[in-house]
Design a protein around this ligand. Structure first.
Ligand SMILES: *[C@@H]1O[C@H](CO)[C@@H](O)[C@H](O)[C@H]1NC(C)=O
Ligand SMILES: *[C@@H]1O[C@H](CO)[C@@H](O)[C@H](O)[C@H]1NC(C)=O
Ligand SMILES: *[C@@H]1O[C@H](CO)[C@@H](O)[C@H](O)[C@H]1NC(C)=O
Ligand SMILES: *[C@@H]1O[C@H](CO)[C@@H](O)[C@H](O)[C@H]1NC(C)=O
Ligand SMILES: *[C@@H]1O[C@H](CO)[C@@H](O)[C@H](O)[C@H]1NC(C)=O
Ligand SMILES: *[C@@H]1O[C@H](CO)[C@@H](O)[C@H](O)[C@H]1NC(C)=O
Ligand SMILES: *[C@@H]1O[C@H](CO)[C@@H](O)[C@H](O)[C@H]1NC(C)=O
Length: 448
């Protein structure tokens, strides 16, 4: 609640109580007169004790709309509580009580709202485990927040995607199944001025949190967990979203820790811990010959432990557009399979992907202060496409060694890439490169 609102409510309460306390004087007060101005009686009032009453006035509890937090389905209660909150004339908190576990089918919370809404999830919200509840509905969505300005979602509670039944039917687990979408736990679509904080998410059918077409977003202190073998369970997925901060998150799932895809610009991730999972990824980009645009992405201070990739950029053959101005810095890795990787031949489907005439252009990617251990020999892998080589790749102060110290040292691989190095870079630049030119930094640039 805005401090202004609290002050207003308090002053109204104080005033009416003062008036009640001195009925003989009340008629003397004009409507605009604040009796406590210079009033001797003020210290007798225990203002503290009025505070909860003032707060209650703008709290909407899902329980008051019939939510039980027991075995029954609470979807309708949540929908009605949202309607009330979203149409409130003043800022309001939608409360999901502590120590209760609420059951929800797919549900949409839409704006625009009359005032700013905070959703406090202090208890647990659990998805229906019956896939039939998605019949006739969008299989990609469980909880959707759409078209809301200045929304805050937090509360320290748990959002449980209950994904086991979906994983079992995934084509990646059961090869006889067709490949179909499964729900994302929390989707934020077209939300500006959004904050999502202080929540635990777990066991999503697929992506845990997706930001789609949002602007001015903060995602902070989120804890996301799903089994290493759960398919497509990305932690945080960012698409067509601008001006975003992702801070202080701990993410261990079966897919990307953070994935940033088309239409995302100005995304900063800071203090992120990943593992298990597939690491931090820009992409995939350019699937089905599409045009992708991603720029100004910073990952600063990350710890990756036991992930298949560290920092990765992945594009499909045949795509167009760009991924540029990307900085990965202050990153440490423990037992990561592909610590630094650009893969321009990404192919995540059953049939083989063939080389094509175009690819998403990758340029101006800066890797700085990255250290740790690799479980595969190739610790730095720049596998770029012939149609659009990777340009402006800077390696600056890199130290990646093999996890298994018995084997020969780590190596780098490059194909169709120009790169320069600054400071010490271990493993050293690819041996099979041809010296081409010196660049504006006065250092060697390698081209295959
Ligand atoms: C939640 O449960 C804990 C432990 O049983 C208890 O101490 C606490 O008072 C409960 N909180 C609420 C809000 O009911
Ligand atoms: C997270 O939520 C819990 C429960 O509401 C609260 O006690 C705690 O202070 C919150 N932490 C932050 C960082 O907001
Ligand atoms: C971004 O959102 C924050 C919090 O919701 C708000 O205070 C700030 O003014 C917004 N900034 C812009 C540029 O919209
Ligand atoms: C980094 O994030 C973790 C997990 O949320 C938190 O415990 C830690 O305090 C954060 N570190 C800094 C420097 O903020
Ligand atoms: C990529 O993002 C842009 C900008 O938001 C959007 O207009 C375009 O439709 C997106 N392309 C695909 C293939 O989703
Ligand atoms: C990495 O993860 C393993 C397995 O969970 C754990 O035992 C180890 O302490 C972690 N190491 C670091 C440096 O985080
Ligand atoms: C580079 O990409 C090609 C085409 O996908 C693949 O066959 C090859 O194994 C990759 N090389 C490395 C070292 O990743």
């Amino acid at each position: 609640m805005a401090p202004k609102t609290i002050i207003l409510l308090l002053s109204l309460l104080t005033r009416s109580l003062l008036i009640e306390a001195k009925p003989e004087d009340s008629k003397a007060f004009p409507a605009y007169y604040y009796p406590y101005e210079g009033e001797e009686t003020l210290p007798l009032l225990d203002i503290e004790s009025f505070l909860p009453a003032a707060l209650d006035a703008t709290v909407i509890d899902v329980d008051d709309y019939g939510a039980e937090g027991g075995a029954a389905d609470d979807t309708t209660a949540f929908e009605q509580a949202w309607e009330a909150a979203c149409s409130s004339a003043r800022p309001v908190t939608l409360m999901v009580r502590k120590n209760a576990s609420y059951h929800l089918k797919p549900v949409t919370f839409s704006g625009p709202c009359e005032s700013d809404v905070s959703v406090m999830i202090e208890g647990t919200i659990q998805a229906s485990s019956d896939r039939a509840d998605w019949k006739g509905k969008n299989r990609r969505l469980w909880i959707l927040f759409s078209n809301i300005e200045n929304l805050r979602v937090g509360g320290g509670g748990i959002v449980d995607g209950n994904g086991r039944t979906w994983w079992q039917k995934s084509c990646k687990i059961d090869k006889s199944q067709p490949c179909k979408d499964a729900p994302t736990t929390l989707t934020f679509r077209s939300c500006n001025g959004l904050t999502v904080e202080n929540l635990s998410l777990k066991d999503s059918p697929q992506v845990h949190i997706k930001f789609d077409n949002c602007n001015n977003v903060t995602a902070t202190t989120l804890n996301i967990a799903a089994p290493e073998k759960s398919p497509n369970t990305d932690g945080i997925h960012v698409t067509e979203t601008q001006n975003m901060q992702i801070n202080d998150c701990v993410i261990g799932t079966g897919d990307d820790c953070i994935s940033i895809v088309n239409g995302s610009h100005g995304v900063k991730a800071n203090n992120i811990s990943c593992g298990p999972g597939h690491g931090i990824s820009i992409g995939s980009l350019g699937e089905k010959n599409s045009k992708a645009q991603v720029s100004d992405v910073t990952v600063d201070t990350a710890h990756l432990n036991g992930t298949t990739n560290g920092v990765r950029i992945k594009t499909w053959q045949g795509g167009k557009g760009y991924a540029k101005n990307i900085l990965f810095q202050n990153i440490d890795m423990v037992d990561v399979q592909n610590p630094i990787i650009i893969d321009q031949n990404y192919c995540d489907k059953k049939t083989k992907c063939t080389p094509q005439k175009s690819n998403v252009q990758i340029s101006n990617v800066h890797y700085k202060n990255i250290k740790g251990s690799s479980t595969s020999k190739i610790a730095i892998n720049f596998n770029c496409s012939k149609s659009s080589p990777c340009r402006g790749i800077i390696l600056d102060n890199i130290n990646l060694i093999l996890s298994d110290e018995d084997t020969d040292g780590a190596q780098s691989f490059c194909r169709n890439v120009e790169w320069i190095k600054k400071g010490v870079v271990v493993p050293p630049p690819c041996k099979q490169t041809i010296k081409s030119d010196t660049d504006e930094y006065g250092e060697l640039m390698y081209v295959i």
